[in-house]
Unconditional design. Sequence first.
Length: 113
Amino acid sequence: MTESEIRVYAIVRSGGRQHKVAVGDIVEVDKISTAKVGDTVELSTLLLVDGESVTSDPWVLDGIKVQAEVVDHHKGAKIDILRYKNKTGYRRRQGHRQQYTAVKVTGIPTAAK
């Protein structure tokens, strides 16, 4: 395999969710309120795949943080929550728009072998 065919990606955790990321990907995560546009953030790694080797050892992954740059803060699509009970006249409508942060992955360090 050549250098261009080796696919390096990682599974990262952010905001209670897990995302599969590679260098150059733009990922939408829950809002990171402390970060401003252009800041660099670190995402904790759960799994690292580097060509043929897969690293899932938690002690090794503690030292590996995926580097990402904050691209944008925005709101998601509106969700309508409707509550209705038959024959009682009970109706409630509530809307929600989740706050997101778009981050671009700039670097995935590999595990020391």
